[in-house]
Design a protein around this ligand. Sequence first.
Ligand code: MN
Length: 491
Amino acid sequence: MTDRAPYRITGRTGEWELVLGLEVHAQVASHAKLFSGAGVGFGAAPNQQVSLVDAGFPGMLPVINRFCVEQAIRTGLGLRAKVNLVSRFDRKNYFYPDLPQGYQISQFKDPIIGEGVLVVERNDGSTFEVGIERLHLEQDAGKLLHDQEPNLTYVDLNRSGVALMEIVSRPDMRSPEDAAAYVKTLRQLVRYLGTCDGDMEKGNLRADVNVSVRKPGDPLGTRCEIKNVNSMRYIQQAIVYEARRQVEILEDGGVIHQETRLFDAGKGETRSMRSKEDAHDYRYFPDPDLLPLVLDPAWVKEIEATLPELPDAKRARLQSQYGLSAYDAGVLVSDAERAAYFETAAAGRDAKLVANFVTNELLSHLSKDGLEFDQSPIPASDIASLVELIETNVISSKIAKEVFERMWAGEGAPAAIVEAQGLRQVTDTGAIEAAIDAIIAANPDKAAAVKDKPQALGWFVGQVMKATGGKANPAAVNEILRSRLGMTDPA
Ligand code: MN
């Protein structure tokens, strides 16, 4: 839909195209694990949230957590994907010290969610679609702690068995920015749905990036997977580094070996972790401890009825209902609280003015203080009152910014600040005329020249504003100046 130039890497032999697909692991916003009742709170002391199931004790039986299943269905519906009424859990067998069962319970052939699509929004407001291949439920593994003692490694099983939704995209992305925009949009979606908190710093949402390169028009190249990249910036850095590495190998006549790589954020490079296993290496088989997961279609319908307005629909509605630009609507919709704040403030007011205050003044003050919208010291109703003061010509938009600063500093409601500080706009034409006459009298040559040089009017406007402390009504100033200087109205 846009005429943006395609992203290319230029090598010695010409231009290369990137092909990118992502596997995102999103931790289900559940208080208990996928197959046990153990807690999942962040920051608990090691091994304090481990049941016998999570520790892989023999004879323990997993029991599926209904809440986690519901969150997977919600997410699938949000991705406009097919909900599979029958799905199965499989054992993915591998050995690793943080995996006491010796296998991960995952879903292989029959995932709970099938194909869907995500409309991704770029920073500039333009959009593109990414195909979703599947979403399945699986357990997280534990964690090895290498930094407790020099010669020992400890195992923390708090994360063992935590419910993850693995969301697999089609290889539909062609640039590092688009891959980051995909993760950002997906994160926004799960946060709207409430199915994952999207906290990438805590590892609650992490991306594996599949990268391959090819000459434009060629068939797909061999891909490498970069594991567990946990910020939008790192995703882009990792992709650029990895794509350049592959281009160099190919241009030197080498071949790319399918493998799993790690991104070293400190060095800004990827390095080999292990050669990539194919699915058959894991010897998947249906977990005999778990029955197929059969969903009641009526339950799926019930869940569907509780979905909130999704970000793309909200974005479109804000544009049409309030006449906002795609960019402003995108900024406001980026989280649900921000959009709600805007809509509360905009009710019955000039929505564009409200959007300006919310996306400029308020947003920059909040981010400077590291606050979220629901922590704003200024209630939405005060933004509405501030805008009302502009609409009713009590203050100019310029003075409104000063009032906003005082509101932020906790000086009270906008109308009270305007009265206390004497910021009311001067609409009394007598006062404005007096100021204008004084300035004209003091600058006769400028006043004479302005008839031939109408753009010099701005200088007079500036002087009047200065003389009135910025409080003169700009429309009145313009009108009186034009008449006093003998300028004919261009209209
Ligand atoms: Mn996985």
